[in-house]
Design a binder for this molecule. Structure first.
Ligand SMILES: [Zn+2]
Length: 1031
């Protein structure tokens, strides 16, 4: 039988399936419950229920209600690859097979109508769904409709919150939620966000969940000190106010901490992967334990209930890859529920008839009275949340985030902010390429999918990118072979996008060419430009504004002539890289908004005249002051060390001494205080002071009219180019680190550190998933009185895109090209961890040292450094970060193409916009959504009070009519952030924060001629469009 074979014995004539579920009885039950269920529902649920909560079970208002949530946590890759987990391959590494879990759970749900189950990861569920028969799909639809199979979260994966960028989070949630909406409609729409495993929680994630329309959010991991305080204060559940800019309740999200991460209470794990004793309720059996189990359960429930404010508490009955034999779990839970609630009934009767007669039997009475207070039931995250909402309480408000996460005094999960930096960069670069692919698919329409180069498609890269957001993927916390598989998935995804780009560029340029995509430009490899004397360079700009960009391509030695789209010569230079001796051609390109410019390059001489070649003589330190400058900036270097010494902003008359160098922390392998080692998750230096990679750098200087560079060589495995192009207001530091030597048996965690005299008083600032900025303070947490036990690792925070320090007058900002960990460990200082290589596992399950196989990995990256007045700084870093994230895409051709379609002359310049977007507006999404539909997201990329003299924080209004040049918007509908609900029809549960009541504004009528964005607002639209013939 093939992949679409009958599942768990459908039609097999009553044969028992391996999990003991007889399909005949499954189908019989399927016919009965809907009517019966509705009938029971009508009996059991007086009063109205909010949409989506109609199917929730009955609770006991005067008792402690224990909501049992049967669930499985299915990592989309970790110790095994995604496919190995799905099919149950390599069970010797970890016993886990998701296809069997879903088979088994559906069967167990059908066996008993009170049972419920929650499922989360759409990467797995959608795959399973497509392998089922129509009959099974219908069974599952019914279970979903009845609320017995509930989806929580519903993203493609349960994404990480530290190493992820908000754009990619929104994309992966959109993909998963769309599958649910298309498959189950509103019945399958998750009400609750569910991040039970990610290692710390970002404020931006909560803000995005709120904007997606979630009613609440539950998670498992938070700092152990924070958790103790919250239990004491009964603050395990709060309202999280997750934006400093968006008007409440837009980014308010009810948030609950689960009592035991996501595991069952001790002694109550009844999976085949657990060793706890099952319920034995036969009093004649020598193994009888029901009474003892019930007594333990009641104690646990009562103790746990004390930390929460309502008469409801939740227990997560499941864990990693559990329920492969769902019958084991459910059979024991059935018994537990029956036994506990039976005790309740007996106790209630006792209360009614006999209590006064029995006061002398104290011990008996106490036991039963205890029992009488507890009601236990199969529930779901949404049904638990619904009861909390009905409690109608006023909740305290949280405004910071849950970073960093520690599960013990020397166990800070701050290493994964930087683990596997090459994979982190590949993920970010793939985000850039996916957006280019999405945009061209939207701008060109069907001709981008089916064209002269074959079938082009953005879907495979979209799915691969979604997988990469998983909390063991981009985090760098998977096994090596799984990390390799993540990279493979990205690489496979790039292919159909390259076909799509070829189709689209042929259509838009009117010329059929052989397009070449140089995937290895970061290491200066591009076969076409390195072997051809003549070629064309297409530069595509995914931003909503024109951009100027210095193009750099590896070429053969010689002199080149570069012409712009209007056939005018533009300045160009061939420079030789001192490190490799490879020549690179540089020329400035100007590219229109959401469009391209085509430059033609031809070699005019094979010999480079001496005068045109670079001075790249090694310069010893102790030579005269080294400096590079352009019209805005000057950077000087220390004559003794070769390190960066000052940055001057000439037109603002700012000068700041800035010393920058590389250091490494010696990774702890455990010590007397704790045996905790530094590993893929955990950062734990053996001593707080880092060791310099070198006390000086050998330098080379490169000065031409198109670039000025200082090449610094710190050691055999650490070098850097400090670079200034004309017109740039930032300094570019391109670092190359690795393979990190570990022959001395010392694990090393390498940082780039900037030291300045700025008086920063312990404060520094980091972004949250690349969007809003959070204030950080050394050795301090806003939520509780911190006992700092790790002075370095305990002050590390995730940096997705930027970190800065300021004295209130001047601000030094560093932008990153990927996620890294960062901190400010001394006033005026700022550091970022660029690479790490470790010899021990940190004992969090991955079971491998972060060695990155073989001789280790060689990593190159960029830090963009901005110096400005504090009031003007945001204008610089917001726009530069946008440009760094969505950099122009370079595509090469030999330029000998035939004309395509009927266009007379090929087009050498194109813009997909009829007018540029204002600087405060970021085009977050432009993608195909259906045969005639596009998904569009517009974002105000400035926060409140960031705009300075340029007023960039003011609300901005756009006219969407005729905004795009290749299609006409026929109809526009606004949706919630993940595009799974119409905004006008979406409603969320209302919560009362203790900061006072908030008004819930009505959604104004949508007018495409006047779309207003408030600071940090994202608006999402589904547009029906008609593509223009001549585009
Ligand atoms: Zn996990």
């Amino acid at each position: 039988m093939g992949a679409r074979a009958l599942p768990f014995g459908v039609g097999a004539g009553g044969r028992w399936s391996p999990v003991g579920c007889r399909m005949n009885s499954c189908l019989l039950r399927l016919r009965l419950p809907p009517v019966l269920f509705l009938f029971l529902l009508l009996l059991a649920t007086p009063g109205a229920r909010a949409a989506g909560y109609e199917t929730c079970p009955e609770v006991q208002p005067d008792m402690l209600n224990v909501h049992l949530v049967a669930h499985t946590h299915d990592d989309v890759g970790w110790l095994k690859t995604v496919d190995q987990y799905y099919y149950g391959i390599k069970n010797d590494v970890q016993h886990a097979g998701v296809q069997y879990i879903l088979d088994s759970v559906i069967c167990a749900l059908l066996a008993e109508p009170t049972r419920r189950f929650v499922y989360v990861e759409m990467a797995f569920f959608s795959r399973w769904w497509h392998q089922q028969t129509n009959a099974t799909q219908e069974i599952v639809r019914n279970l979903v409709r009845q609320g017995r199979l509930e989806f929580a979260n519903g993203g493609w994966v349960m994404n990480d919150e530290a190493a992820t960028h908000y754009g990619a989070i929104v994309d992966q949630m959109t993909l998963g939620l769309r599958f649910l909406e298309d498959t189950f409609g509103s019945d399958g729409r998750p009400r609750v966000a569910w991040h039970i495993d990610p290692f710390g929680h970002s404020r931006e994630q909560a803000s995005l969940f709120a904007q997606m329309g979630f009613d609440g959010f539950f998670f498992g991991r938070l700092d152990y000190q924070d958790k103790l305080v919250r239990k004491k204060r009964q603050e395990m559940e709060q309202v999280w106010r997750a934006s400093a800019s968006l008007k409440p309740p837009t980014a308010d999200l009810f948030t609950g901490v689960l009592p035991n991460n996501y595991n069952p209470p001790e002694g109550f794990c009844w999976d085949m992967l657990c060793a706890d004793r099952p319920v034995v309720d036969d009093p004649h059996s020598p193994e009888y334990n029901a009474k003892e189990l019930v007594s333990n359960f009641l104690q646990l429930a009562t103790a746990q209930g004390q930390y929460y404010r309502t008469n409801h508490t939740v227990m997560t009955m499941g864990s990693d890859f559990q329920y492969e034999n769902a019958n084991m779990w459910f059979k024991n839970l059935d018994k537990l529920i029956q036994l506990v609630n039976m005790q309740v009934s007996v106790s209630a009767l006792w209360d009614l008839c006999c209590r006064s007669l029995a006061t002398s039997f104290l011990s008996l009475e106490q036991q039963q009275a205890n029992g009488s207070r507890v009601n236990v039931l199969y529930s779901t995250p949404a049904c638990y949340l619904w009861e909390l909402n009905k409690a109608n309480l006023t909740w305290s408000v949280k405004e910071d985030d849950f970073f960093p996460y520690a599960d013990g005094p020397h166990m800070f999960w701050t290493g994964y902010f930087s683990s596997r930096p090459a994979l982190k960069r590949y993920e970010r670069l793939s985000y850039n390429f996916l957006q280019v692919c999405n945009q061209l698919e939207a701008l060109v329409g069907p001709a981008a999918n089916v064209g002269p180069y074959g079938y082009g498609d953005s879907a495979p890269l979209n799915e691969a990118m979604a997988v990469l957001q998983h909390h063991d993927a981009v985090t760098g916390t998977s096994r090596q072979h799984v990390a390799d598989d993540y990279a493979r998935q990205l690489s496979v995804g790039w292919g159909p996008c390259e076909v799509l780009l070829s189709n689209a560029l042929a259509k838009l340029s009117g010329s059929k060419q052989s397009f070449s995509f140089c995937r290895d430009l970061n290491v200066s490899i591009c076969p076409l430009s390195q072997t051809s004397a003549q070629f064309q360079v297409i530069v595509y700009n995914p931003l909503g504004r024109k951009v100027d960009q210095m193009v750099r391509l590896p070429v053969r030695e010689g002199v080149y002539l570069v012409k712009d789209p209007r056939n005018k010569t533009v300045p160009s230079r061939v420079v030789e890289l001192p490190s490799s001796g490879n020549p690179e051609l540089l020329f400035p390109a100007l590219v229109p908004a959401l469009g391209f410019s085509i430059y033609s390059v031809s070699q005019v001489s094979v010999q480079s005249p001496k005068a045109r070649r670079l001075h790249s003589r090694p310069q010893k330190p102790r030579s005269p002051v080294l400096s590079i400058k352009n019209e805005h900036l000057r950077a000087t270097f220390h004559p003794d060390t070769g390190f960066l010494r000052t940055i001057e902003v000439l037109d603002r008359k700012l000068t700041l001494p800035v010393s920058q160098a590389f250091f490494w922390y010696n990774a702890s392998t455990g010590d007397q205080q704790s045996d905790q080692a530094s590993g893929a998750y955990i950062f734990r230096p053996s001593q707080p002071k880092p060791i310099p990679v070198s006390h000086w750098a050998q330098t080379h200087v490169v000065k031409t009219d198109l670039v000025q560079e200082v090449h610094q060589n710190f050691s055999a495995w650490c070098s850097q180019v400090v670079r200034l192009y004309p017109g740039q207001r930032h300094l570019e530091l391109e670092w190359t680190v690795g393979p990190i030597p570990v022959g001395d048996k010392w694990g090393k965690e390498v940082i780039s550190r900037f030291d300045t005299p700025l008086r920063t008083l312990g404060f520094f600032y980091t972004d949250s998933n690349g969007r809003e900025i959070l204030e950080r303070r050394r050795d301090y947490r806003p939520s509780w009185d911190l006992n700092q036990t790790e002075p370095v690792a305990g002050n590390y925070y995730p940096v997705s895109s930027r970190i800065y320090i300021t004295d209130g007058k001047m601000q030094l900002t560093v932008l990153t090209d990927r996620s890294q960990g960062g901190s400010s460990l001394r006033d005026g200082s700022l550091e970022l961890m660029v690479h790490r290589r470790l010899l021990k596992d940190d004992n969090r399950g991955v079971g491998e040292a972060l060695l990155e196989s073989g001789s280790g990995v060689w990593v190159r990256g960029r830090h963009l450094v901005l110096l400005d007045t504090a009031s003007e700084a945001a204008a610089g870093h917001r726009l530069l970060a946008e440009k760094e994230l969505l950099a122009p895409q370079v595509v090469l051709t030999l330029g000998r193409g035939r004309s395509y379609h009927r266009r007379a002359a090929p087009r050498k310049q194109f813009s997909g916009l009829s007018r540029e977007l204002p600087p405060s507006v970021h085009l977050l999404t432009l993608a195909r959504w259906g045969p005639d539909a596009l998904l569009l997201r517009l974002e105000h990329q400035f926060a409140q009070e960031e705009g300075s003299s340029r007023n960039l924080s003011s609300p901005v209004t756009l006219d969407m009519r005729d905004l795009f040049s290749t299609f006409t918007i026929v109809h526009l509908q606004e949706t919630t952030l993940a595009a799974n609900q119409l905004r006008a029809r979406a409603s969320r549960l209302k919560w009362t924060p203790d900061t006072g009541p908030i008004s819930h504004p009505t959604v104004p009528r949508l007018d495409p001629a006047s779309i207003t964005l408030q600071p940090m607002e994202i608006r999402t639209f589904v547009a029906s469009v008609q593509w223009k013939e001549d585009s």
